[in-house]
Design a protein around this ligand. Structure first.
Ligand code: ADP
Ligand code: MG
Length: 624
């Protein structure tokens, strides 16, 4: 809708995008527990706008319009119940105002809404994390007026945006708008407490102290009419480590990571020499909602001489460290560095390699308690590093934790080093079993001989584990071997079952092979079983059942493979089969043995109805 008022100003009324409406609804109706975050969000935007101007002015000084004293100014009026936040940064054009303050442009909006819990406190945290911070203004205001002029636009050609947060906003010309952006919050009655200079100073100190731009407020004290800077206003990472307190580090983390919780750990380092750069990296204490999206855009921020350049994730750290937040600042890149330059730049490569080492060092140094937390949050992502970062593979392998038959506890807590320290005297191999879930893995018949001989097996139940073990074939000189594949070469005394292995094929095995032709590749006497009658194994280099299942679930075509049926000739059922002269009975019993082996590993029967019928016949027979 367009209207023209008496001073001939055209006002356009537009509707918010539906996601914004949904968000505003949430902001207005449920975010009362953490209301003060509105200021942090608006200051963060003002600071971004100033960084953007500084960056653009590098190639076009005129944008400063003679005023390069960049700052954020905050004022309040108790009587009028308003707060004003002003920056002389980049500002916005009319089109930018409409897109930036009317839609959510970010990809991942769906995920964001999907991850909302309905719990006001954690949802309000997500808002900041997702970066839809501007709308936080409506937590405390029932009317927001934004006056802005894009740097470079002629004076007199500003824009005014205004909304009550109820589904629509208006846009009109604003001839008086100064360069940059001014936001006036008309506070709700129950938020009047924020129109208080001391309250605002407190919030600035609490949330925005580390912003490298000055945040100014009116001077305090009688007869004072000037303005003073309220925040420390130096880039925290450039201060010496001795000067920075833990609280400073934590506050800065909340700013860079858009998080409310303290980080789990951080590492701050300055490198001086041929290359000069500073890094400050944090491990969050909770996982971002888009952790498993390998294409997340935002990550560690790159600064060149304190000027923000980019936060495109992959530039500075590999994908398997995408949960890391923080900054890299260097003097050794040109300020006008482009994305293309970054992708093949020696300086960046050097910083990246050193940063990975720094991060691995930080992770390795975590206390046992923090490590357990870290692994539960980010372990699945770290595992990707085994595949992705071959030069550091050995180091990453030491970080891995698995469930194990050692303690049969589901929480993955056993490292490869732990495993090796418990190996049998003549054991050379690290045994693993991959499966769909901890409960099926731990009950697998393939573990029987290992359990009876006290040989530990690692239980791997993350889908990514299948790829991890394809890329990690040895660790510290020990081969990793799946207990589901091939023949076993177990350390120590041979069991009776193993001894009988080399003997001429038993008659029962020959009969089974004939019967199951087309279903299995081979039938042989098992070394693996002590209690179960039979199990299925894959050949050494064949795809296992678990991987097939994962690939099928992902919609991939999986070539059919036949597996090997191993039978436990010491099991009474096999004894009965051996003594069964009637071919019909032999066949139905043998099929049941085969089908049981499929069921025991969580597989699906091709002919489930036939199986049920065969079982029922057996039951009736034994009842008769
Ligand atoms: P984010 O800061 O994560 O991009 P916000 O919701 O906080 O998300 O802001 C949306 C967009 O509005 C910003 O990306 C920016 O383009 C624009 N914007 C907000 N505040 C300002 C400002 N003070 N100056 C210039 N642009 C702004
Ligand atoms: Mg923002």
């Amino acid at each position: 809708m367009t209207t023209v008022n008496e001073s001939n100003i055209t006002t356009e009324t537009l509707g918010f995008q539906s996601e914004v409406k949904q968000l505003l609804d949430l902001v207005i109706n449920s975010l009362y527990s953490n209301r003060e975050i509105f200021l942090r969000e608006l200051i963060s935007n003002a600071s971004d706008a100033i960084e953007k101007l500084r960056f653009n002015a590098l190639s076009n000084e005129d944008l400063y319009e003679g005023d390069s004293d960049l700052a954020i100014d905050i004022d309040c009026d108790e009587k009028a119940r308003t707060i004003t936040i002003r920056d002389n940064g980049i500002g916005m054009s009319r089109e930018e105002v409409i897109t930036n303050l009317g839609t959510i442009a970010k990809s991942g909006t769906k995920e964001f809404f999907g991850s909302l819990s309905g719990d006001a406190r954690s949802d309000s945290q997500l808002i900041g994390q997702f970066g839809v911070g501007f709308y936080a203004a409506f937590i405390v205001a029932d009317r927001v007026v934004v006056s802005t002029r894009r740097a470079g636009a002629p004076k007199g050609q500003g824009v005014r945006w205004s909304s009550e947060g109820q589904g629509e906003f208006t846009v009109e010309e604003d001839g008086r708008a100064a360069r940059g952006t001014e936001i006036v919050l008309h506070l709700k009655e129950d938020a009047s407490e924020y129109a208080d200079a001391w309250r605002l100073r407190g919030l600035i100190k609490k949330y925005s102290d580390h912003i490298s731009t000055s945040i100014r407020m009116p001077e305090t004290g009688e007869d004072k009419t000037g303005r003073e800077t309220v925040n420390t206003a130096t880039a925290l990472w450039l201060r010496s480590k001795q000067e920075v307190t833990d609280d400073d580090y934590k506050a800065f983390y909340k700013h860079v990571a858009h998080d409310f919780d303290d980080p789990l750990a951080w590492v701050h380092s300055k490198v001086e020499g041929k290359l000069e750069y500073t890094t400050l990296f944090y491990i969050p204490s909770r996982a971002p909602f888009d952790l498993f999206d390998r294409d997340v855009k935002r990550g560690v921020q790159l600064y060149v001489q304190r000027v923000f350049i980019t936060d495109e994730a992959e530039q500075l750290l590999p994908r398997y460290l995408r949960f890391v937040r923080g900054i890299v600042d260097t003097k050794d890149l040109p300020l006008n560095v482009s994305r293309e330059i970054l992708q093949k730049n020696k300086t960046i490569d050097t910083i990246k390699a050193a940063s990975v080492k720094k991060m691995l060092g930080l992770i390795e140094g975590l206390s046992a308690e923090d490590y357990a937390k870290f692994w539960s949050l980010f372990g699945r992502v770290i595992k990707e590093g085994i595949i992705e970062d071959v030069p550091n593979q050995e180091r990453i392998a030491k970080l891995l934790r698995f469930a194990s038959t050692h303690d049969d506890v589901e929480t993955p807590a056993v490292s490869l080093i732990d495993y090796i320290s418990r190996m049998k005297e003549d054991q050379k191999t690290i045994y693993i079993l991959t499966g769909e879930s901890f409960s099926t893995a731990k009950a697998s018949p393939h573990l029987e001989v290992f359990r009876s001989r006290g040989i530990e097996v690692l239980l791997l139940t993350d889908p990514v584990d299948e790829w991890v073990v394809q890329h990690l074939t040895t660790f510290e000189g020990h081969n990793l071997k799946s207990v589901l594949h091939g023949k076993l070469d177990l350390p120590g005394e041979e069991t009776a079952a193993e001894k009988s292995e080399d003997e001429t094929p038993l008659e029962v095995v020959v009969r089974l092979k004939k019967l199951l032709e087309g279903k299995v590749k081979d039938v042989r006497v098992s070394q693996r079983l002590t209690n179960s009658p039979a199990c299925l194994v894959a050949d050494d280099y064949e795809m296992g059942l678990n991987l097939q299942r994962i690939l099928k679930a992902a919609g991939q075509e999986v070539p059919p493979t036949q597996r090997i049926l191993e039978v436990n000739v010491h099991h009474p059922l096999l004894g009965r089969l051996a003594g069964e002269a009637d071919d019909g009975r032999f066949n139905s019993l043998a099929l049941i043995v085969y089908e049981q082996a499929i069921l025991a590993e969580g597989g699906r029967l091709e002919d489930a109805a036939g199986f049920v019928q065969r079982i029922n016949e057996l039951l009736l027979e034994s009842a008769a």
